[in-house]
Design a protein around this ligand. Structure first.
Ligand SMILES: [Zn+2]
Ligand SMILES: [Zn+2]
Length: 429
């Protein structure tokens, strides 16, 4: 394999606009003579739940993506709904067709509705596992992968006789262990370049916990603790939610989710715990969220959708046999509305970096003042080093290009076919 850094016929060009040396804010362009396609338009933040960091964005400039040119980008593919992959969608030219998973799009749009965002996604076509999409010179086949975002995809891209794989964010330790196996089986054997995420490449020897282990530890905690349990987790981390539901069920606790989370899970089919088809799930209406949503003209119907499953603060105050998912925005409810939560248990089940934010600090101070027992139970949404090696072994690519990593040079230590490029550098294969 030769790498041509100058123009040549029959070539595919790769430009990583952002992500060669950082986690989050990914934006990758593949092009031929006639066609340009983009994978992900991320903001520099780590979670769709985290809107505090939005203002610190560095702009990226991609002609024909964020500003109209004579010939705009031909298509935008979104691997998943995390803000560091879709956060700049609102700035993308409106005439560019967007491709995204159907359930992922629903989660994104439901979140937008509840956080008062004006940015909704309206995909030209939904990504379906293994179903090829043709855009100009390119054939793009999405494959469902395991990540902390539901309905996330990797892509096998062919054009000009070349084959590139972009993994998006992925891991092998989620609830559905067979997803990675199926993905590896689908990978072709003629891959010219594998653009692979390396989020936790710095932790070479770390063995990550599986979601199932997190669930078991949560269950152990709920079993010994005869008090209400609160779980601080992202409403869109569905693997985690499923584990917490199972733990609650095994310890005979009522599972409480708020109205926003109820809307999220109700988009995902009947196998995911939801108030409608799972008897032991009730819905809490947080004060500020409810007030804000009812003040919007078209939202009261949305809010009433789960009212028959509602559990009041009063009822919660009189019980201790429940497990309730919470967010930092629900501090008022914990402080002023739900009583008898002294000595409750709190499972902190998110990335520990969030704990430094002012909002989280306020919540954790409150938790301390109520003498709650706090445990930290979390696992990454990203591949450990062993999994990255496994992907490489399965498809034996000519080149490995690290992305979504702060340590691209680690790839050079592990893979002799890894190359490190910089943001905005043109690589022709
Ligand atoms: Zn990411
Ligand atoms: Zn992600």
């Amino acid at each position: 394999m030769k790498i041509y850094l100058k123009k040549w016929s029959f070539k595919m060009n790769i430009i990583i606009h952002r992500g060669t040396h950082q986690i989050g804010g990914s934006c990758i362009e593949l092009s031929t003579q006639n066609t340009r396609i983009i994978f992900d338009v991320g903001q520099e933040l780590l979670s769709i739940d985290d809107i505090e960091l939005v203002n610190r964005q560095k702009k990226i400039s991609v002609p024909g993506l964020f500003n109209d040119t004579e010939k705009n980008v031909d298509a935008l593919f979104i691997s998943h709904y995390h803000g560091d992959h879709i956060g700049l969608l609102g700035e993308v030219c409106k005439n560019i067709p967007v491709f995204m998973g159907e359930k992922a799009a629903r989660i994104f749009n439901t979140t937008a509705l509840f956080i008062n965002s004006k940015i909704f996604v309206n995909p030209a076509e939904y990504l379906v596992n293994g179903q090829e999409i043709v855009v100009g010179d390119f054939s793009i086949t999405p494959y469902l992968i395991d990540h902390s975002a539901f309905d996330a995809y990797a892509f096998v891209i062919r054009g000009e006789g070349k084959c590139v794989v972009y993994t998006g964010d992925l891991r092998a330790h989620g609830n559905k262990q067979n997803i990675m196996k199926a993905f590896l089986k689908q990978l072709p054997s003629d891959i010219d370049a594998l653009i692979v995420e390396g989020t936790i490449m710095s932790r070479l020897t770390e063995k990550v916990k599986t979601e199932a282990q997190i669930g078991q530890e949560a269950e152990d905690f709920m079993r010994i603790y005869n008090r209400p349990i609160f779980v601080l987790q992202s409403s869109t981390n569905i693997d985690r939610l499923v584990q917490m539901y199972k733990a609650a069920r095994h310890t005979k606790r009522l599972f409480i989710m708020d109205i926003f989370t109820a809307h999220i899970v109700s988009q995902l089919g009947s196998s995911i715990p939801n108030p409608r088809t799972f008897k032991d799930i009730r819905v809490f209406y947080p004060f500020y969220l409810t007030r804000r949503m009812f003040s919007k003209s078209n939202s009261s119907k949305i809010m009433r959708k789960f009212s028959r499953y509602r559990i009041s603060a009063e009822e919660l105050s009189n019980r201790k046999d429940y497990c309730m998912l919470i967010r930092d925005s629900m501090l008022f409810d914990l402080d002023k509305r739900i009583r008898n939560i002294e000595d409750a248990g709190l499972i902190y089940s998110m990335w520990n970096g969030y704990i430094k934010s002012a909002r989280m600090q306020r919540l954790m101070n409150f938790v301390g003042s109520k003498n709650m027992e706090v445990i930290y139970l979390h696992t990454s949404g990203h591949a450990d080093v062993e999994t990255v090696k496994r992907i490489s072994r399965a498809c034996r690519p000519q080149l490995i290009i690290p992305v979504h990593t702060e340590y691209p040079e680690r790839f050079r230590e592990i893979f002799n076919n890894a190359i490190i490029i910089n943001d905005r550098q043109l690589l022709s294969i």
